[in-house]
Design a protein around this ligand. Structure first.
Ligand SMILES: [Zn+2]
Length: 318
């Protein structure tokens, strides 16, 4: 996307769609048997409800017999659920790290005239390293070529063909053109806006596995917050105009953005992370630092580990 066309994730991506109401079914009996960390994740029970339509037998969904037996044997007192936490097999979880935009369509331009694609690729590479170091050996970095719209369909097709378990698209944020201010950087006329900062996490309610997408998004946003980061508040405000989006979790910063192709056409849990604003002059410097990439990568890795454990606890090995 060219300069002054606001966010990276945008205009090129919309394909039009309608929101659908979805029913969230609470699985209280299952939650009781989950490790403490999983229960804390809020809607994680829905992962297992929604997963049945992806080839898992319903009996896996409601019969965590292994834990039932162990819990019964311990009796009614001194239950230490965390001690019963099962071990996920990270080596079998397929994660696609989608590098937002392409060398030909570079996304937003930072306050210091660096293309968003450069930021996206560096951060995604660090996340890939981190996840592989944690044992998630099937993590794949997805770098796409070509112009914007066509590249979106290519990324979706690549993820669906694998098929991946998690699709995570990595981006960096900007602002609508009307918020841009002028300044000069290294002798060149440039643009900035220091008005907004922070990360944001997006899901599409039109993703075929929306509940799992939302569960992973909430885990990711929670971990970003745990890393000491703040989320971008402006997307819920009317001043954002057509870029205003429903805020699904006001504690952690999960928004819905239903029409994004990479979120609605992928057939697995799909989440888009705007890691931070590169049009904000201070935040751009942070986002360019290895330290910030480490912080964000640690948050992503922690979210994936919790997701993996929660999935394993109910469905068993992949
Ligand atoms: Zn972008």
């Amino acid at each position: 996307m060219k300069r002054r066309e606001f966010i990276c994730i945008l205009g090129c991506i919309a394909a039009g769609c309608s929101s659908r109401r979805r029913t969230i079914i609470a699985a209280m009996a299952v939650l009781v048997l989950l490790p403490i960390e999983v229960s804390d994740a809020g809607r994680l029970s829905d992962i297992f409800k929604s997963s049945s339509k992806h080839g898992k037998s319903p009996k896996h969904v409601s019969s965590p017999k292994r834990h039932t037996v162990k819990l019964a044997a311990l009796g009614p007192v001194a239950l230490n659920l965390s001690a019963l936490k099962p071990t996920c097999d990270p080596a079998k979880l397929r994660i696609v790290l989608d590098v937002g935009h392409t060398a030909e369509s570079e996304g937003a331009i930072s306050a210091r005239n660096v293309a968003e694609f450069v930021f996206n690729r560096r951060l995604a590479q660090r996340i890939e390293e981190k996840l592989k170091a944690e044992g998630f050996a099937r993590t794949t970095l997805l770098v796409t070529e070509g112009r914007a719209r066509r590249s979106l369909l290519r990324r979706v097709a690549a993820a669906n063909d694998m098929p991946a378990s998690i699709f995570l698209s990595i981006h960096h944020d900007s602002v609508p053109n009307s918020f841009l201010e002028n300044w000069e950087f290294e002798g060149k006329k440039s643009h900035f806006s220091d008005r907004f900062s922070g990360y944001s996490v997006f899901v599409s309610r039109d993703n075929p596995d929306f509940q799992t997408s939302l569960s992973f998004a909430e885990l990711l946003a929670k971990e970003m917050k745990a890393q000491g980061l703040d989320y971008a508040r402006q997307y819920s405000q009317p001043i954002m105009g057509r870029y205003q989006h429903p805020l699904l979790n006001r504690e952690t910063g999960v928004y819905s953005y239903d029409e994004l192709v990479v979120l609605r056409k992928t057939r697995m849990a799909a989440v888009l992370l705007e890691a931070g604003s590169i049009i904000n002059r201070d935040e751009e410097l942070k986002m360019a630092s290895p330290e910030q990439r480490d912080i964000i990568s640690s948050g992503v890795a922690a979210a994936v580990k919790t997701f993996c454990d929660a999935r394993w606890a109910i469905l068993g090995p992949l």
